[in-house]
Design a protein around this ligand. Structure first.
Ligand code: SF4
Ligand code: SF4
Length: 378
């Protein structure tokens, strides 16, 4: 139902809409992390586009400037800038990047030579009033910067309108995931990915939300489809966590070998879509709170990630947890020890940790490990 052609159709529509808006004068702002409040960008009349790359083609070019043992997500994102092979990056007027992990921060210094870039100085903890105050101040700085760049003044009313629409987008993504909460999951993980994909290129949010709602209505029909239910029946229910699943190699291997990814905690999945911005308080305060609370492994400590995993394990009736770490990602790789302990000891679920890159070199070995893990759950 949601094969490659479905995704291609959406990608084409989103790309067309972005070009149309660019032609009418809208600025395009590239972002790289879940900490950048897109509501601020949209309230300045600009289009935020998510630029983290999931493909390997541009990595060799990036390795001319960056260490080979760096996270592939960072190399791929930088390689696209060097080669000018990402149409969205090509169209971007400027970039807003967050000071998250060391690799990204230092890559952004090089990227700033290729495109105008402002770095958001992100505190490393969400736990103290001081970090909240410093982040709020940083968001005010970005608000003023966006106003200067676009020539549009951001009003509180305009910001609140964007907060509302982004909350609707998040709620709709959650509705898609929730189709897998029941006794019988109604979607494969790759289908969730297709349905919710391109939500990071929100140039026409009402259209994107409408498309997702249509997909939700179509999927509901599967609850009466006995053939589909038979196919799903014995598939172990997997929760995917860890680094952003920008490259789909591991996702595919899990489902091609008999599992079904019922939920994804990763960035872009329920870690980010699962939490809205408060619509009742001061909009800047609310944005600062919500975004600083992002349960990324770059934050220290990062206790919210375990709370989120616990909630998802129960809500999605998870049989086992697979953690994906990109090679060279020290933050997630180290945090994996804490996550494994929580999953095995507190939540009593089997856990598998996969460390890989964007290449196909280890596909055979990963297949064997994933098959063995799924057999354990069957
Ligand atoms: S996991 Fe953290 S560093 Fe990586 S993209 Fe998400 S917010 Fe950024
Ligand atoms: S996956 Fe890890 S190393 Fe790569 S950008 Fe995200 S936090 Fe940084």
């Amino acid at each position: 139902m949601f094969e490659e052609t479905y995704l291609t159709r959406i990608e084409e529509r989103v790309f067309k809409d972005t070009i149309l808006q660019k032609e009418t004068g809208a600025k395009i702002v590239g972002v790289y992390c879940a900490f950048t409040p897109k509501e601020l960008i949209a309230a300045a009349g600009a289009i935020p586009v998510a630029l983290c790359s999931g493909t390997s083609q541009a990595i060799p070019a990036a390795e001319a400037h960056l260490p080979r043992n760096l996270c592939p997500l960072i190399k791929a994102s930088y390689g696209h800038a060097l080669n000018d092979t990402c149409p969205y990056l090509h169209m971007a007027d400027y970039l807003l990047a967050d000071a998250t992990c060391d690799g990204k921060k230092k890559m952004f210094e090089l990227l700033a030579d290729l495109k105008p870039l402002s770095l958001l100085q992100l505190p490393q903890t969400a736990e103290t009033p001081e970090s909240h105050a410093s982040w709020l101040q940083e968001l005010y700085r970005i608000r003023a910067l966006l106003e200067r760049r676009t020539g549009i003044s951001i009003t509180d009313a305009g910001l609140l309108a964007q907060i509302r629409i982004y909350n609707t987008l998040r709620a709709t993504i959650c509705e898609v995931f929730a189709l897998n909460c029941g006794e019988m999951p109604l979607l494969y993980g790759y289908e969730i990915d297709h349905i919710t994909s391109m939500a990071g290129f929100e140039c026409n949010l009402p259209a994107r939300i409408g498309e997702m709602r249509e997909a939700i209505a179509a999927v509901h029909q599967r609850s009466k489809d006995t053939l589909f239910q038979k196919k799903m029946q014995h598939r172990p229910r997997i929760l995917l966590t860890g680094c952003p699943s920008t490259n789909k190699k591991v996702l595919k291997l899990i489902e091609e070998n008999g599992g079904v990814i019922v939920a994804m905690e990763n960035c872009g999945g329920l870690k980010t879509a699962g939490f809205g911005v408060d619509e009742t308080g001061d909009p800047m305060e609310s944005l600062a709170k919500r975004y600083l609370d992002t349960a990324c492994a770059c934050m220290s400590p990062n206790p919210r990630r375990i709370d989120i995993l616990k909630k998802l394990i129960n809500e999605y009736r998870v049989d086992g947890v697979i953690e994906l770490t990109w090679e060279g990602c020290h933050t997630y790789n180290i945090e994996a020890f804490t996550i494994e302990r929580a999953i095995s000891e507190q939540f009593a679920r089997p856990y598998l940790h996969i460390t890989t890159d964007y290449s196909q070199n280890d596909t055979g070995q990963l297949k064997t490990r994933i098959e063995a893990f799924l057999e354990l759950l069957a």
